[in-house]
Write a protein that binds this ligand. Structure first.
Ligand SMILES: CC(C)(COP(=O)(O)OP(=O)(O)OC[C@H]1O[C@@H](n2cnc3c(N)ncnc32)[C@H](O)[C@@H]1OP(=O)(O)O)[C@@H](O)C(=O)NCCC(=O)NCCS
Length: 215
């Protein structure tokens, strides 16, 4: 069943995650609608990555998947069932098809969160043109039971270290300006704020405003 209808989508989400999580999600959606689609853009010079002060959090392990076949069915199911199985399943195939990597974080053996990276390109048009050795980090998620334990920043730092070890040059990530959780999380990583951007259509023309100036 295709769940494009927002009511059906909300109902499906409520069935899987309960009332509190659905209300939280609705609140975030409202914030997005009111706050607009502004993004805070971050970058990191991987050659200048500071040495890590602490080791990885106890009980936390990371895995990188570079092909869809490497993703076991249990992990795949947990990921696609979190929101819209149709959309997320299709995204997984498209992303691996473009040679993106999926990074998994496990806490005490359980899948706690994930994030994606793509080298030299972005899945959708971006505000910055990436060089061949630049990397875009996107679509990070920590499952609700594991949030606020620093798993997201630890995963991001792990990814940056791995990318630096591969000789990649710069990393980019963005967060919606309404997404306080992600903005707070990224402050605990080596990412530095690059600017602010907003994209939108006006009379059929796509307009991009970058750090207050139209591009
Ligand atoms: C953004 C996200 C990945 C952060 O993951 P995390 O591992 O919880 O990150 P942190 O432990 O660094 O926590 C970051 C902030 O999340 C917020 N937060 C997370 N869980 C929360 C909860 N249950 N209640 C209230 N605030 C919460 C807090 O503001 C926290 O910052 P603080 O500790 O300074 O108050 C996670 O909240 C998430 O998956 N959100 C939904 C998907 C998303 O927005 N992804 C990012 C855009 S791609």
């Amino acid at each position: 069943m295709r769940l494009w209808n927002p009511v059906a989508r909300a109902f499906s989400y409520w069935q899987r995650h309960g009332v509190a999580a659905t209300l939280h999600r609705a609140w975030l959606g409202l914030g997005r609608a009111v706050g607009g689609n502004g993004l805070v853009l971050f970058s990191c010079d991987l050659a200048m990555l500071p040495a890590r002060k602490n080791g990885p959090t106890d009980g936390l392990e990371f895995e990188r998947k570079t092909r869809e076949a490497e993703l076991n069915s249990r992990d795949r199911e947990q990921i696609v069932n979190f929101w819209n199985p149709d959309v997320t399943g299709r995204q997984i195939t498209e992303r691996f098809g473009k040679e993106a990597s999926l990074w998994l974080a496990r806490a005490d053996g359980q899948l706690a969160g994930y994030g994606w990276t793509l080298v030299g390109d972005t899945m959708e048009p971006h505000y910055v043109s990436l060089g061949r050795e630049d990397v875009h980090l996107f679509d990070f998620l920590v499952f609700p039971d594991f949030r606020r334990r620093g798993i997201n920043p630890t995963l991001v730092i792990h990814i940056l270290e791995q990318l630096a070890g591969e000789g990649r040059k710069r990393a980019f990530i963005e967060a919606a300006e309404w997404n306080r959780a992600q903005l707070s999380s990224l402050r605990r990583t080596p990412f530095q704020k690059l600017g602010w951007a907003r994209k939108g259509g006006l009379l059929g023309r796509e307009r991009v405003v970058w750090a207050g100036q139209e591009l």
